[in-house]
Design a protein around this ligand. Structure first.
Ligand code: NZQ
Ligand code: ZN
Length: 390
């Protein structure tokens, strides 16, 4: 393991069919005034809203609501939430939903007592929090982002056409997360597979960096194999508890900071995907799937031995009588085949990207330095063109 690091994950997880019982236990630890944050209504349709309200009332909480958090939450929505939270002097935030609702709640938690514009402080200047943070707890209803056990909070600034994630420290992680796989059964198929690929991408973004022998890589190979196995079951049989519960657990561990330890990590696919999101508002996981194959083919030679290892250890490519390049390339072919099998989007045109957007997307995209190749704007443009199919 290279480098120096600390490891601390303060989020308490409650997992399984009875996980919601954990909410009763946790609520006792927080103040009376609870802000319930949720999305566009799925929690009402699945009956979860009523259940949560009952638990809150039984715990003598005064409930305020901030509803309508959209997928890819916007800065304007954050300003609305700040006003609701300030007007009602809330003690805690209870986020019920997927990554968008949980990310938004974390962004809100650091903004309520922030004396300046939170976009400028946290997203433009990327500064740490130096004010009071309102505690967040969450009930996860959609799997993929890992937001339930990390400090990520991605916000879209529609005016500036920028979608940026701030990864906050442990003091902003949810204090607790309720993970009941059955609550995810009603997630639409498109969102389910987008979440599966989001998880796969989180693992690859960390795996495809460095060349030392690192335990984190072995953990990630196990997570990827388990994800391939369970996702192929879930796409055919979405109510398969074993598969859906494994996927939920993998998604949490894919991005709860553990497997990043000792790794420089890449995250370039996310940089490109996020800017596609800023221009099109497309579903996050699909923005990643649409550029991943083009990206990995583009950088393969710069990290050849790792791509070879990926092919053999994750996709069981037989290395006999093949060059390193052939093995690595076969691994990416297998990845593409797997992506076709689960049905994710492989073409940015399908997400609403038009040819005339490509320069602007490339020019507004950050280039990271932790992966096998630091991309120029021209490289990003080429990857986007390679992901655009008529
Ligand atoms: O709004 P509602 O009506 O609740 O519907 C949601 C939404 O339309 C629906 N949904 C969620 N649970 C459901 C359900 N529908 C039926 N039954 C349920 N049980 O699913 C739709 C998508 O939800 P969303 O929260 O947007 O999806 P996801 O979890 O993929 O979150 C995406 C956001 O997370 C960010 C993304 O950029 C994006 O903004 N990310 C956060 C990360 C982090 N915190 O570390 C990392 C990721 O890479 C990602 O960037
Ligand atoms: Zn992601």
């Amino acid at each position: 393991m290279l480098g120096n690091f600390t490891y601390c994950n303060p989020t308490k997880l409650y997992f399984g069919e009875d996980a919601l019982d954990g909410l009763n236990k946790e609520l006792k630890n927080y103040g009376k005034r609870v802000l319930l944050v949720y999305g566009g209504g799925s929690i009402k349709r699945i009956g979860l809203y009523e259940e949560i309200i009952k638990i809150l009332k039984n715990n003598d909480k005064i409930v305020f609501e901030d509803a309508g958090v959209m997928p890819n939450p916007t800065l304007d929505k954050l300003y609305e939430g700040i006003k609701i939270a300030r007007d009602n002097n809330i003690d805690m935030i209870l986020a019920i939903g997927g990554g968008s609702v949980i990310d938004y709640s974390k962004a809100l938690s650091v903004s309520i007592y922030c004396k300046e514009d939170p976009w400028e402080k946290y997203y433009a200047r990327m500064e740490d929090v130096d004010n009071k943070i309102v505690p967040v707890g969450c009930v996860l209803t959609m799997v993929g982002t890992g937001s339930e056990m990390n400090g990520g909070a991605v916000i879209t600034n529609q005016k500036e056409k920028l979608k940026i994630g701030h990864v906050f420290n442990e003091n902003v992680f949810p204090k607790f997360a309720i993970l009941n796989p059955k609550l995810t059964y009603t997630v639409p198929h498109y969102q389910m597979i987008a979440g599966i690929f989001d998880t796969f991408s989180h693992i690859m973004e960390q795996y495809f960096s460095d060349s030392d022998d690192n335990t984190s890589d072995y953990l990630m190979e196990g997570l990827m194999k388990s994800l391939i196995h369970s996702s192929l079951i879930a796409v055919k049989d979405p109510l398969n508890y074993e598969a859906r519960s494994n996927i939920m657990w993998i998604a949490t561990w894919a991005l709860n900071t553990l497997v990043a330890k000792g790794k420089t990590t890449d995250w370039e696919v996310h940089m490109i995907g996020q800017q596609i999101g800023a221009f099109t508002n497309a579903t996050h996981g699909m923005t990643l799937s649409a550029v991943s194959i083009a990206y990995y083919r583009y950088i393969m030679n710069d990290g050849l031995l790792k791509f070879k290892r990926f092919a053999i250890n994750v996709f069981n490519v037989d290395p006999t009588n093949k060059t390193d390049k052939q093995i690595a390339s076969e691994g990416i072919d297998k990845l593409e085949q797997y992506m076709k099998e689960i049905g994710v989007v492989l073409n940015i045109k399908e997400l609403g990207v038009t040819k005339d957007m490509i320069d602007d997307i490339a020019n507004s995209c950050f280039s990271n330095t932790g992966g096998y190749k630091t991309l120029s704007k021209q490289d990003i443009k080429q990857i986007l063109l390679n992901s655009y199919h008529e």
